[in-house]
Ligand binder design. Sequence first.
Ligand SMILES: C[C@@](CO)(OP(=O)(O)O)[C@H](O)COP(=O)(O)OP(=O)(O)OC[C@H]1O[C@@H](n2ccc(N)nc2=O)[C@H](O)[C@@H]1O
Ligand SMILES: Nc1ncnc2c1ncn2[C@@H]1O[C@H](COP(=O)(O)OP(=O)(O)O)[C@@H](O)[C@H]1O
Length: 289
Amino acid sequence: MPYIDRAPAKINLTLHVAGRRSDGWHMLESLVVFAGFGDTLTLEPDGPLALDVAGPTAAKAGPQDDNLVLKAARALAAEVPGLTAGRFVLTKRLPVAAGLGGGSADAAAALRLLARANGLAPHDRRLYAAACATGADVPVCLSHCARIMRGTGHDLGPPLALPPLPAVLVNPGVPVATVGVFRALAIPPGTDIGSDHPAEDRIPGSREALIAALTGLRNDLEPPARALAPEVGTAIEAVAATAGVRLVRMSGSGATVFGLYATPRDASRAAAKLRAAHPGWWARATLLR
Ligand SMILES: C[C@@](CO)(OP(=O)(O)O)[C@H](O)COP(=O)(O)OP(=O)(O)OC[C@H]1O[C@@H](n2ccc(N)nc2=O)[C@H](O)[C@@H]1O
Ligand SMILES: Nc1ncnc2c1ncn2[C@@H]1O[C@H](COP(=O)(O)OP(=O)(O)O)[C@@H](O)[C@H]1O
C-alpha cells in the first residue's frame, strides 16, 4: 500500500515586509493559515526516486525534474544517508504560481511521506533542514498549522489555536512570479524597516476579534502585485462585492485573493456567485485554520 498525504494550500492572512538583507532576501512577518483542500501526494517506497504528476493543474507545474517534490527528496537524502526513496504520484489541483504555496505544500508532503517510509520522527530536525533547503515556504508547510512565520520563512512561531475562518479563495487565472513581486517592491538591499506585526499573544482567539485585528494589518506585496497583474485588483473588487464579506486581501505574492465571512454558508454562496460571474476564474469556499 502506498503512503498518502495531503498538501493543503497556504494562505498569508498578513504579510509585513520588515526589511531586506544585504544578500537581497526580504525579511517577512506573516500570519499563515491553511485551507481545507489542496494537492494529494502518494509514495510507493523502494526503488529509485521518481515522480508522476497528474491532475487539473499538472501541465502548469513546470518541468518534472524541477518539481519541488524531487528537490525536497534530494535535500532529505543529503541529510539522511541511505534514505529509501521511491515513486511519488502528485495529483495537482492548486493553481500554480498563485500565492498559495502549492509547490511548497507538495515538497513538505514529500518530506512527511519519506519520514514515514524511513521511520523518521515527525520532529526530526533533518526534515526541517531539508525543508529550509527546498524553499522559503516549505518549513511552515511541514506542520501546516497556523503560525507566525518570520525572517525568510525559516523562523516559525508556535502553533496558534485560531478559530476556523470561513473563506473564499479566488484566483483570476494569471500566474504571478514571486521573484518579480519582491523585485517590484524596490527596497534597496541592507534596509531595516523594522517590525510592526503583532506578536502571538496579540492575535485574538475569537473569530470576530481576529477579523477586526486583521483589518488593521496588511499584505505589503499587494500593491506591487496589483501593479504587475491588474487582475488582482479586479478579483479584490469582485470579492469585496459579495454578500457578507468581512475582509478581502491577497495571499502571498498573489494573484490569489481571499475573502473572510462570518459563516461557511456566506462563503459557499460567494464562491458560487464568483464562479458564475467569472467562469475563467478558480474560486473555492473553505475553512482556514
Ligand atoms: C511570498 C511567499 C509568502 O509566503 O509566498 P508565495 O507568494 O510564493 O506563495 C513566500 O515568502 C515565498 O516563498 P517561496 O515561494 O518558497 O519562495 P522561493 O521560491 O524560495 O523564493 C523565490 C524568490 O523570491 C525572493 N524572495 C522570497 C522570499 C523572501 N522572503 N524574500 C525574497 O526576496 C527571492 O528572490 C527568491 O529567490
Ligand atoms: N509541485 C509543484 N507545484 C507547483 N509548482 C511547482 C512545483 N514544483 C515546482 N514548481 C515551480 O514553482 C513555481 C511556483 O509555484 P507555486 O508553488 O505554485 O507558487 P506560489 O507559492 O506562488 O503559489 C512554479 O512556477 C513552478 O514552475
